[in-house]
Design a protein around this ligand. Structure first.
Ligand code: NAD
Length: 459
């Protein structure tokens, strides 16, 4: 049994009030997690650490990010083991997606920080110098689907820009954030620069968003939670970055290379049991290749390995959508049932015959369930892709018209003939109800700093 602790001012703290962390693999209790309700102590620790941290040079803070990356990398198998235990995902996904990319987040921002160029704007008689100052104390709140990866994606740029942090991982997956705290303690990261508190969203998450001395909130999670976060933070004029839900489409055009499209769309459908905000849960296929595509897709699905979904409660939500699909007239082409074993398992499920405007095809399910739809023209496919309230990501599979079609999709990110191919320098974020703001590369550094202009008149 692991005892998860809060990490405040460089000290590990337990609380008498705690709750269980349950493995989705078999519903066993794997950890005890502190039920924090108040972040005053963490904010005090962050406030006293921030001035010295912010006074370091960018190069010095880059060196700290590299030290974190090196230590994480030396224990990469342990990160994968913890992530796999906490989320149920297969070891190779936990290693290659979660653990590796978490290390890369720190390393990437260290390299990026070293290459950051100063910005000046010359006038005929004066020079403008843009200075990027730390915000102060920032709050980072993350979900359960890619626990350390999404948290480190925020921690690395926030540290780089000289802020002190109050971070809260999902209460469902606290293990790797706790591990990161141990790593930071081991390498001697200055006390109070990174504080990690655990607990339920409406309690400690809300306390972070409400705290007047936390001046920026970077939140990744569901759209309905994002609304609460925005409603709380906006009247306090906090900087706010919201990375929210999605219902992304994969468009397979009539000229698609099916050798690429079939495995690519399948991976977009079911990687991490469909629990990635970027997953393509709507598969739109041109009628001319529909049957060939579907035959191959369903065949390859038979050997696609997935883990359980995150919890029994989440499985109930996913199953309720499969029931809804049946009521809406859908045909289950594959899956649809619960395997006979302990844990939050659910078969990867493919549903056809639904209107692209049905609830099943437009609401976020966030599980191993996709709906497939036939279209006759690029225009129709684009219209179908754009018919939801969301606008996070998407993919287009075509030998010749991919980019042209991609530009007409109302989403923050669209891949052509690939999926989840990530360059960390590019803007990451959603349009419509999928979020506000962008993170990634320069966008992250912009969010985690205050750009101040100094205009110097020349003699
Ligand atoms: P969630 O919204 O339930 O929780 C996210 C985080 O917010 C958790 O740490 C939770 O404890 C906290 N929280 C809950 N209520 C809060 C409140 N009132 N104030 C502050 N914090 C609060 O989301 P989830 O179920 O953990 O994650 C799944 C969702 O996340 C899906 O909708 C998915 O699309 C989305 N997501 C988006 C992205 C993206 O980059 N856009 C990435 C991953 C996941």
């Amino acid at each position: 049994m692991i005892q998860v602790e809060n990490y405040i001012g460089g000290k590990f703290v337990t609380l008498s009030d705690d709750f269980d962390d349950i493995s989705p693999l078999d519903f066993s209790i794997i950890a005890k997690v502190p039920r924090t309700k108040n972040v005053d102590g963490a904010v005090e620790a962050a406030k006293s650490a921030q001035p010295d941290w912010g006074a370091l040079s960018i190069e010095q803070r880059c060196d700290w990010l590299d030290k974190i990356a090196n230590e994480l990398e030396s224990q990469i198998e342990e990160i994968a083991r913890l992530e796999s235990m906490d989320t149920g995902k297969p070891h190779h996904v936990a290693l290659n997606v979660d653990a590796n990319r978490s290390v890369n987040n720190f390393r990437f921002f260290a390299d990026f920080g070293r290459k950051m160029e100063s910005q000046t704007f010359q006038m005929p008689d004066a020079t403008n110098y843009v200075v990027r100052k730390p915000i102060g104390v920032v709050g980072l709140i993350s979900p359960w689907n890619l626990p350390l990866y999404l948290l480190s994606w925020k921690i690395a740029p926030a540290l780089l820009m000289g802020n002190a942090i109050i971070a809260k991982p999902s209460e469902i997956t606290p293990l790797t954030a706790h591990f990161l705290a141990k790593v930071c303690s081991k390498i001697g990261l200055p006390e109070g620069v990174l504080n990690i508190v655990h607990g339920y969203g409406p309690e400690v998450g809300q306390a972070i968003v409400e705290h007047p001395e936390i001046r920026a909130i970077s939140f990744t999670g569901g759209t309905s939670t994002g609304k609460i976060v925005a409603a709380t933070a906006a009247p306090m004029f906090k900087k706010l970055s919201l990375e929210l839900g999605g219902k992304n489409a994969s468009l397979v055009l009539d000229d698609a290379d099916l050798d690429l499209a079939v495995p690519g769309v399948l991976r977009a459908s079911f990687l991490n049991s469909g629990q990635i905000c970027l997953c393509g849960s709507r598969v739109l296929v041109h009628s001319a290749i529909y049957y060939e595509f579907m035959d191959r897709y369903l065949e390859e699905l038979k050997s696609f390995e997935i883990g359980p979904v995150i919890s029994d409660e989440h499985r109930s939500k996913v199953l309720s959508y499969i029931e809804l699909a049946k009521q809406e007239g859908g045909t289950i082409l594959s899956g649809g049932s619960v395997p006979d074993k302990q844990g939050a398992w659910i078969e990867p499920t493919v549903i056809s015959g639904l209107s692209h405007e049905s609830r099943t095809a437009t609401e976020e399910i966030f599980g191993p369930v996709v709906t497939v739809h036939k279209f006759e023209s690029d225009e129709e496919a684009i219209k179908m892709a754009n018919c939801t309230q969301y606008g996070l990501a998407g993919s287009v599979w075509s030998k010749g018209r991919g980019r042209e079609v991609a530009e007409q999709i109302e989403s923050g990110m669209v891949w052509v003939n690939t999926w989840l191919h990530r360059d960390l320098r590019v803007p990451f974020g959603g349009v419509k109800d999928s979020g506000v703001g962008r993170e990634g590369g320069m966008w992250s550094l912009g969010f985690f700093s205050e750009a101040v202009n100094i205009c110097v008149m020349e003699d």
